[in-house]
Structure formats: C-alpha cells, structure tokens
Ligand binder design. Structure first.
Ligand SMILES: C[S@@+](CC[C@H](N)C(=O)[O-])C[C@H]1O[C@@H](n2cnc3c(N)ncnc32)[C@H](O)[C@@H]1O
Length: 227
C-alpha cells in the first residue's frame, strides 16, 4: 500500500514539479541546476568561527535560491543568517548574489556533515541560534534512497545533544507538502531524543518559501511542526 502511494507520488512529483522546476534556469549567470543530487556525494566540511557581531542566528537547511532567507533578512533586523545547500552550482549562484550581505553566509555540501561544526563555535560564544528551518526537504521516495532524507533520528540526536551540552533551546521548524514524508518525520522525532513535536498552521513570520508558494498554487496541503 505504501509502495503504491509512493509510486503515485513519484509520478506526480516528478512529472508536475520537475518539469517546471528541475529544468530550472535560476539566473542568466547559471545555466541548468539539477533538481536533485545525492547528498552523500558531497563531502565538503566547513569551519566557521562566526559573524562579526553577536546577533542571534537563523539557519535554513536546504535553502535553494535563498528567497526565504532574503525575506527573513528584510523583515528581521539584527539577525544573522546561515543557509545550507547541497547543490554546488546553487552555492556559486548564492555566493555571487549575496556577496554584499555580510550577515548572510552559505555552506555547500550535505548539511548533515556540517551543521554541528558550524553551530558549535557560536554556542561557545553564547550566541543564540534562534531557529533552524528545514523547509520542504526532498522526500527521496524510492526505498533505496530513503537514507538520503535529511531528517532522521541520528541527525536529530546530534542536534539535540549539541544544544543539551550548551543548555540552550533552539526552535526547529519543519514544513512539507508530502503527507507520507510528514508521517516519517514525526516518527523520526518520536524515536529521537526530542520525543515530541508541536503542530502549527501558519508560516512563521508570515513568510512562505518558494516551494510553499508553488505548492499552494497547486492546492496542496502544507504540514508544519515545531520541535
Ligand atoms: C524541495 S527543495 C526546497 C527548497 C526551499 N527550502 C523551499 O522551501 O523553497 C529542497 C532543497 O534542499 C536541498 N537539500 C537536499 N538535501 C540536502 C542536504 N543534505 N544538505 C543541504 N541541502 C539539501 C536541495 O538541494 C533543495 O534545494
């Protein structure tokens, strides 16, 4: 049954979404950027000692073109922003487009390999990580690809242990338009050290991501939770 649902979804997802988006001409500067890449192929490891101010940080994992970060930036003064994006060409685009914004930085590669080492030096300096957003994570539908999903118990436990070590609380916001993926995310959370989550209805700060805007046009349901 679940496989049938996955297949139906695969069909809809790749035929509807990707025809528009995977052949994705992001800007005149960059030609074609693949819609999906295997995160395990990108082993980039980064160091980051922090921004030049002590303002709180908001993180967006899988930021794509960073429209969401930019909307946050316009609305929230006195914050710093970190975007993680696995697609290397997208990172090139972001570095060019956001060059002049000194309180926005992007890191390439699989966010699972970098989140902790990027956050920890900031926590050591008592800098607050206010939010981590994981907006519309790739669902990786095929059973053999499930391990590529960004949200899993092990990754959640790493995050939990880091915040526990520094005795801080950071809100993690997860949003998706994929019902079976949302169920999986909830299960991963329950089995992780977080154990529980809170559902909510409206976009935080009233800002929709690019993916959300497209999904709503297609009359899809958006599922949201906070841990
Ligand atoms: C479906 S898109 C959503 C984009 C954006 N968050 C939005 O809501 O409009 C998922 C994004 O996550 C990125 N991504 C997937 N796995 C990742 C990983 N392990 N680390 C960093 N980025 C990842 C993809 O390249 C893609 O840009």
């Amino acid at each position: 049954m679940e496989n049938k649902k996955n297949l139906e979804y695969l069909d809809k997802y790749y035929s509807l979404k990707s025809i528009g988006n995977s052949i994705d001409y992001l800007s005149k500067k960059i030609k074609r950027i693949r819609a999906h890449v295997n995160p395990f192929k990108f082993l980039d490891k980064h160091q980051f000692e922090g921004f030049k101010n002590n303002n709180p940080i908001i993180i967006d994992i899988g930021c794509a073109k960073a429209e969401f970060i930019f909307e946050l930036y316009k609305k929230l003064k006195n914050y710093n922003f970190i975007g993680f994006e696995v697609r290397p060409l997208m990172i090139k685009y972001l570095e060019q487009e956001f060059e002049k914004y000194k309180n926005i930085i992007f890191f390439s590669g699989n966010a699972q390999n970098n989140l902790i080492n990027i956050i920890e030096p900031n926590l050591k300096k008592n800098i607050k990580i206010e939010y981590i957003f994981i907006n519309f994570p790739d669902p990786w539908i095929k059973t053999k690809h499930i391990k590529r999903r960004i949200i899993n118990k092990e990754f959640l436990n790493q995050i939990y242990q880091l915040f526990e070590k520094y005795n801080v609380k950071t809100k993690i916001i997860i949003q998706t338009d994929v019902d079976f993926m949302f169920n999986d995310i909830k299960e991963q959370i329950i089995n992780s050290k977080y154990e529980k989550y809170t559902l909510f209805d409206k976009p935080i700060f009233n800002i929709q991501t690019k993916w959300e805007i497209d999904s709503i046009k297609k009359k899809k349901t958006i599922y949201r939770l906070l841990i």
